[in-house]
Design a protein around this ligand. Structure first.
Ligand code: BZD
Length: 836
């Protein structure tokens, strides 16, 4: 290819090719140029917003140069690539991450920005979070992108470019109020690719005919077309030139679709309406986590994004002129939950209908290409789509799904001829009214590997919801990849002082790319000086959070108190209700004490944060109760610093970066068997906090790694939950004595009108599906043990340091290496500095 380019052209490019800044002078020049020319500001009206804009654009230039080199190098090398399909990427802020990953934060901070008259923290704080996700699933995708790039894997993410990300949460009079998050008015991190578009079809009908060879051909026609537009977001690796791509699709009316006929004849509204209808597809992120609501627009989003992404992937493959059987050797596609499962019938459709492959050949390509990650066993979260809806929206795909099911059931019947029930149990089509397509089953049948996200979870899927599939396909199709987090963002960026302390002992920052090196700080758990330094950092981080709380809530909290934090989406299975009932229990106990007794108690700050899905009534009740308890407790003069209860508004990624380093204890207290993994548990321990938790998800493996002396576990085990629920149904719920006192206080109106909270208490009394009462006593006792343990600060520090030292396993880098080896069969590829 290079030989075809004339020398004059080459030398012009060589002379003028952009090169990213490497020092203060270049940075200042780039930032000022952008402030003046891109943002049209001057020395006299350069505010913090403009300083952010100039800095971000300067770094963007730098990223895009590496991005170009990376993409060129990957294209030339022509090795297998990974495509990570996720409806959610919860990226948070990009600037700080970009500065740290390219290793120029100090150049920008100490020299550049200071010269321009700004503080780095203020400039970074201007950026809005890219909040294209709900919670753990979306954040996992973001951590995986960071690791893929940092480890030099050729990989792309594919997602949707929502105009509105997850809503902004405001707390008004103690209630959650949702405000739209319009985040795109200034987003320097995306590149619109106006030349990269894909036309996506919906509705229409399927026409059949026989071709010259007598082969039946299906044509999907007369549909409605919507265009997908690509926007690319560069993903820089840490300390490597590798810069991968996250491609997000935006919907718009197909070109020519704006109907001038209608417009000219006065039907303005209709023609504008069509336009808006198309744009609606990528307009909003659905704010439900772990719940499937079966809305048509959601299905449209899923197909729109799968079809655009596959079209893009296939187009790139076809350029290589390789034989179709090479497809799975060149391409691995990972499905982040069942949301992208339509990619399976879509690829089959492309291969059979468009490319003319026979069914079996096509199907073997499909199965060898896809891997499926499951994130939940909870029935209410398992996706199903009604057959009439799919029939209407995607008629050809429905036919293909039925045919996939037919082949699959025939195989099952041959293998298990005596088990008639098996067929209806495993059928992709549920014989209900209306019939439903079980997306998880389709994903299993269409993938070569299925994985859970923590050991317990991966065992549970094999023994419960996917049990029959293990019989059918054997154990080997099912595997585990325990989740992890990127230490770049969750240690180095969120907690720079701790990162620096560790680096000072390990002789550098290599641990950020090999987190197992942390084990070398174990010996410092016994080093008094190190402990002091560690403690000072924790105190500074708690002070930073205390200041934030003062600024945003007006409540003054004492940074010397024990900070007890639960931040995550609000959900009954995550049991924030257990936490707040425990807080009320503590408050009642404090009230019953003499002032002298109260003085001896360990002061606490109970901190909550998290969003409730807008339609999730019970979750909203929990938020309201937390806020009402806070109002009463925080204003009780008898209580003072002994207890404070805080709800942090609008919890998101950038807030987590302030919160995670400031915990003494964090709560991961889901009903055993319900939290697939959890990842914030890892963030908190890595930042020098201990955990109170149930034997659930990754808590179990965290315990195994850090030692059971360094974690506070309590509660019933997953294997006993079903029996207890059964007992509740047939013998009624036994309400714990302590919990009864809490309910009495609520009913007496201690926290406002009790009607507001009756749903919360009634559900415990009636079913206690989440074992709030069954686990209450153990929960409260464990908190008492925490108070005791915290009094011995030296012993506490010893535990926290050991725990940090033993967290090496939970890096997302390890996850990516496991996926690469067990599921994708891809190799890393170093970028040569000159590109080619
Ligand atoms: O995925 C979460 C699980 O609940 C966590 O236990 C796990 O650690 C993470 C990462 O594996 N699941 C989600 O966050 N799920 C969703 O947000 C979601 C969103 C839309 C629809 C269904 C689920």
């Amino acid at each position: 290819v290079e030989a075809e380019i004339p020398d004059a052209q080459k030398s012009a490019w060589k002379k003028h090719s952009a090169s990213g800044f490497k020092n203060k002078e270049d940075f200042e020049a780039a930032a000022i140029r952008h402030i003046e020319t891109t943002l049209a500001r001057s020395l006299y009206n350069c505010d913090e917003g403009a300083a952010y804009g100039g800095t971000a654009l300067a770094f963007r230039d730098r990223l895009i140069i590496d991005w170009n080199k990376t993409q060129q190098s990957h294209t030339f090398a022509d090795q297998k690539r990974v495509y990570y399909l996720s409806l959610e990427f919860l990226m948070g802020r990009a600037l700080d991450n970009a500065m740290l990953n390219v290793g120029l934060k100090d150049v920008a901070r100490v020299e550049g920005l200071a010269d321009l008259g700004f503080r780095m923290e203020d400039v970074i704080g201007i950026e809005r979070d890219a909040a294209l996700g709900n919670g753990g699933l979306g954040r996992l995708a973001a951590c995986f992108l960071d690791s893929l790039a940092s480890l030099d894997y050729p990989a792309w993410g594919y997602g949707l470019r929502y105009r509105y990300g997850i809503f902004k949460q405001e707390i008004i009079n103690g209630y959650q109020v949702e405000v739209p998050d319009y985040w795109l008015d200034f987003n320097p991190w995306e590149f619109p690719r106006h030349d990269v578009t894909v036309d996506i079809q919906f509705y229409g009908n399927v026409r059949k005919y026989n071709d010259d060879n007598g082969r039946q051909v299906s044509v999907w026609e007369n549909g409605e077309i919507v265009t997908a537009n690509a926007y690319d977001v560069p993903i820089p690796g840490y300390n490597t030139p590798t810069t991968n791509n996250l491609r997000l699709w935006s919907s718009k009316a197909a070109s020519g679709e704006f109907d001038f006929q209608k417009f000219n004849s006065g039907e303005y509204e209709q023609s504008v309406h069509d336009q808006m209808r198309a744009e609606t597809i990528s307009a909003v992120l659905y704010p439900n986590d772990n719940l499937d609501r079966g809305k048509e627009l959601r299905l449209k989003q899923q197909y729109f994004w799968c079809a655009a992404s596959l079209n893009d992937i296939v187009r790139r493959f076809k350029k290589s002129k390789k034989a179709w059987k090479e497809f799975p050797n060149q391409i691995a596609i990972q499905l982040n939950d069942t949301h992208p499962t339509l990619a399976i019938p879509e690829l089959q459709r492309i291969l059979v209908d468009n490319e003319g492959l026979d069914w079996d050949t096509a199907w073997s390509i499909v199965v060898n290409t896809f891997g499926y990650t499951n994130h939940t066993v909870m029935a209410e979260a398992l996706e199903k789509w009604s057959v009439p809806l799919i029939q209407h929206l995607l008629p050809r795909h429905l036919e293909i799904i039925y045919e996939i099911n037919l082949h699959f059931l025939q195989y099952v019947e041959r293998t298990f001829p005596k088990d008639r029930d098996m067929l209806s149990r495993v059928s992709i089509v549920e014989e209900s009214n209306p019939k439903m397509i079980r997306m998880a089953f389709l994903a299993i049948v269409g993938s070569h590997k299925v994985n859970g996200v923590a050991e317990l979870h991966s065992d549970l899927i094999k023994t419960t919801i996917f049990k029959d599939f293990v019989k059918i396909y054997g154990q080997d199709k099912f595997t585990n990849v325990t989740n992890g987090i990127t230490p770049r963002r969750w240690l180095h960026q969120a907690n720079p002082k701790l990162s620096e302390l560790i680096a000072s002992k390990l002789g550098g920052y290599d641990f950020l790319k090999d987190l197992t090196l942390l084990h070398k700080i174990e010996t410092y758990a016994d080093d008094k000086q190190f402990r002091k330094a560690f403690q000072d950092i924790k105190f500074a981080n708690k002070t930073r959070l205390a200041n934030y709380i003062k600024e945003t809530t007006g409540v003054k909290v004492n940074p010397a108190a024990l900070f007890d934090i639960q931040v995550k989406r609000i959900h009954e299975y995550k049991r924030q209700q257990l936490n707040i009932f425990g807080v009320i229990h503590r408050y009642l106990a404090l009230k019953a004490m003499s002032p002298e007794e109260r003085k001896k108690m360990q002061p606490r700050v109970s901190i909550f944060g998290g969003k409730a899905a807008p339609g999730y009534w019970m979750a909203k009740c929990i938020i309201h109760l937390v806020n009402e308890v806070g109002r009463v407790v925080n204003n009780d003069p008898e209580i003072g610093d002994a207890l404070k209860v805080i709800f942090i508004e609008d919890y998101n990624v950038s807030k987590c970066e302030i919160i995670a380093p400031a915990s003494d204890i964090s709560e991961h207290i889901s009903t055993a068997g319900t939290e697939a993994s959890g990842t914030s548990n890892m963030k908190f321990v890595l930042n020098g906090g201990l955990i109170i938790g149930t034997c659930d998800g990754a808590n179990i493996e965290i315990t195994r790694e850090i030692g059971e002396d360094n974690i506070f576990l309590f509660g019933n085990l997953a294997e006993d939950v079903e029996d207890i629920r059964h007992q509740h149904t047939y013998e009624g719920v036994l309400i714990d004595d302590g919990l009864q006192k809490v309910f009495d206080a609520i009913h007496d109106g201690m926290f406002g009108h009790s009607d507001e909270f009756s749903a919360l208490t009634n559900t415990v009394v009636n079913h206690d599906h989440w074992l709030t009462s069954a686990d209450f006593e153990a929960y409260c006792k464990t908190h008492d043990a925490i108070d005791e343990a915290f009094k011995d600060q030296e012993a506490w520090l010893h535990k926290t340091i050991l725990a940090v030292a033993r967290m090496g396993f939970f890096t997302a880098d390890r996850c990516i290496e496991e996926y690469a080896e067990m599921i994708w069969n891809v190799e890393p590829q170093k970028i040569k500095q000159n590109g080619a």
